[in-house]
Structures are given as C-alpha cells and as structure tokens.
Design a protein around this ligand. Structure first.
Ligand code: MG
Length: 390
C-alpha cells in the first residue's frame, strides 16, 4: 500500500475574517476549526502521517488545536500560500512518502470518503483533486452589467485535498517561479503533470466569512443528527501499592500523604481506572496495550497522557463521552476535601462538563488490602455515545 502523508495548510492570517483569533482557530462545534480536519486525517486509515503548516505567530493557538492528536511537528509557513506548501513539502522530503495530500485547513468538514477517492485516483495519474462541477450559470461582468454568459460545461470548482505523487509535486514546487498560484493543481499543471478531477463534497466548504462558519456549524449539527448513534459503557479497575513518599497523585492532583504510590508511571490509580473504563467502552483493550509498562518512555509519565489518549480515540471515532463515575477505595488519605478539585481536574483533562463527572470515595471498613492500608484501589464506569458500529 502506498504511504500517504497529509499536509494541512493553515498559515493564513485570515485578517478579513475578524475576531480575536485567526479563523482557523475559532470555534466550530466546540473545537478549534483546524482541529476537525487534523483529527479526521490523523484518524484516517489510509493516511500514515499528518503535518500542519502554521504561522509561527500562532503556535499557542496551534498547540491548543492539535492537543493530544498524533501529528508530526508542525512547520512554519511562508509569506504566500505556495511558500507555505513548498516548506511543508520540503519538511517531508526525508520521509519521502509515496503520495501527499495537500489540504486547506479552512475546510473543516472534509468527508473521509473524499480522501479515499483522491488517493484511489493517484493510481491513474500523478495528481488528483477534489472538485465539484459548477451548477450555477456563470456571467462575466463588464462594469455593473453582464458582458457575457460563460458556458459552464466542463467547469469545476477546485476543493482540497489535492493529492500528488510526492516526488513529482516536490520537484514542481522546487522549480516554481514567482506567480499567483492559487492552488497546488495549478503548480502541477504548469509542470506538465496530469491532474484528475474527482468528486468532492458540498459539505467541504471553505470557511472564509463568519457566514461560512455559521453554515459549517449547521452542517456539522446536521451530520451529527443524521448519524445513528449508540451508547456503550465500559468499566475499569486498578490498584497501586503504597511505598515511600510524601504524596499520592489522584485524578492528576498531588495529595499530601505520608506514603506515595508505587508504579511505572505517576501511579495515578484513579486515572488508570478511568482510562481503562473508556478503552473498555471502545473495545480498545487496556492501558497496558496502548502504553506498555516495558517501554521506558512511560516511566514516571503523567497519567493524564493516558486519559487524553483515550479521550482522543473517542473523538477520532466521531463519538463523545457522556459521563464518568469513579470510586476511589482507601482508608487514607481522606478524599472528601479534594472531591471538587478532582472533578475540576478531570473536567479540564477531558474537556467535559463537571456535571458529567462523578468522583466518590469509600473505605472497606478496615477489611482487605485497602483496609490494611497497603494501597489504593479505584474503579470506574464510562458511558460513551458513538456512531453505530457493526
Ligand atoms: Mg495502574
């Protein structure tokens, strides 16, 4: 199978758009606009690697938009769009993918099947772009009046992604002379490459005005509403033993205690149980499969990484967390004073309303290993709303 990389070009200033932040970082369906295409491409089975091209003035916005997604590090864009694309292509040169998809970060609602169509067409030609036939009658203006009616037969509106065999488009960009290049197909055409037109999607609109953003918002809602969903639940359980230390970490919070918890990571037994509950609801195994304890990179790791990974798997499936219920079992430390803070910490980690998160604590009346104060146990239940599966 061809190795496919995707470049998401998001280096525009979007100054026409207005607002506190550039348009590609404004909210759409509760997430930064750019995140929609990044997460779809990162989760697409045919796409091996995704990299964004970003204005360095926007790193902080980018970090927020890309948080937790499996992406290559972003690269800085240039003054013009074609400079940004060239920089993105050069940054992939050492990986030399077979194919590259160049996607406009201002098109958030790219359907996965359009990606499939573009990739499939690259078997037949060195270039292929998503596009739609022009349906409206076209007029050429002369001043205020119509100068001519332009025959629309054979006319298409170019969208993205625009896909190419990597070596050929890289060469075309390296040889490019100055000019007004509004898309990558134009660069390929002038280099003599054949570029096929494949069917794009009306939903994959380019957000250039606040009206477009509102339109994308209602398309997104309609897409969610037409998708049959189902509820799935999962449970998780974990135990960590006490050892030397002066605090334990629970729900990402440091809680003072005359002992610590032993473990390969930060031993956050609560986050481990929650992560396993979410993975369980997804049917995605357990925390040890995703983050093997034998792998030294997870030694001392913050367990928030594990929980966020599980959250992102839910998002990549087009689903959402409905609620979580956690019970922490120990004689000490006393957890009631930390309950609100633990809920707030989970709400922030998961980007979930605190009302959907329950944290409870209990003892075992002095019985068993928790009763003997040998360690802390945690159990969790998670409910997810996911697109209906097989
Ligand atoms: Mg554990």
């Amino acid at each position: 199978m061809a190795r496919v990389a995707a470049l998401v070009v998001a280096a525009g200033r979007g100054e026409r758009f207005g607002g506190e932040r550039p348009k590609q970082y404004q909210g759409l369906g509760g997430q930064p606009l750019l995140r929609h295409s990044l997460s779809m491409l990162a989760g697409h089975p045919a796409v091996a690697a995704v990299r964004a091209v970003v204005d360095p003035a926007h790193w902080a916005f980018y970090d927020e938009a890309a948080d937790g997604l499996e992406l290559l590090d972003p690269v800085a864009g240039g003054a013009e769009r074609h400079d940004s694309v060239r920089q993105g292509l050069e940054s992939l040169a050492d990986q030399a993918p077979d194919l590259v998809l160049i996607h406009d970060g201002a098109r958030p609602l790219l359907p996965p099947e359009v990606v499939d169509r573009v990739i499939a067409a690259l078997d037949r030609a060195p270039g292929a772009i998503a596009a739609l036939p022009v349906a409206d009658t076209l007029k050429r203006a002369e001043g205020e009046a119509i100068g001519a009616t332009v025959p629309r037969a054979g006319l298409w509106r170019a969208q993205t992604p625009q896909g190419f065999r990597f070596a050929e488009i890289l060469t075309a960009y390296r040889d490019l002379t100055a000019g007004a290049w509004t898309d990558d197909a134009a660069v390929a055409e002038q280099a003599g490459l054949e570029v096929l037109l494949v069917e794009g999607a009306e939903a994959s609109l380019k957000v250039t005005t606040p009206e477009n953003l509102a339109q994308a918002e209602s398309l997104l809602r309609a897409r969610e509403e037409s998708q049959p969903m189902e509820y799935r639940s999962g449970s998780g359980f974990d135990v960590h033993r006490f050892g030397p230390g002066d605090h334990v970490v629970l729900c990402g919070l440091k809680i003072p205690h005359p002992q610590g918890l032993l473990g390969h990571s930060d031993a956050d037994v609560a986050l481990h149980a929650l992560t396993d509950a979410i993975l369980g609801a997804l049917g995605e195994g357990d925390i040890g499969i995703h983050f093997p304890p034998s792998d030294p990179q997870w030694r001392g790791a913050k367990s928030a990484i594990f929980l966020r990974h599980a959250r992102d798997l839910v998002r990549a499936r087009g689903g959402r967390l409905v609620n979580l219920d956690l019970t922490i079992i120990c004689e000490a430390p006393k957890l009631a004073p930390h309950r609100e803070a633990m809920i707030a910490s989970l709400a922030e980690l998961l980007e979930l309303a605190p009302e959907r998160i329950s944290v409870k604590a209990t003892t075992t009346e002095g019985l068993g290993f928790t009763g003997r104060r040998e360690g802390i146990a945690a159990q969790a239940a998670a409910t997810l709303c996911l697109p209906e599966g097989p």
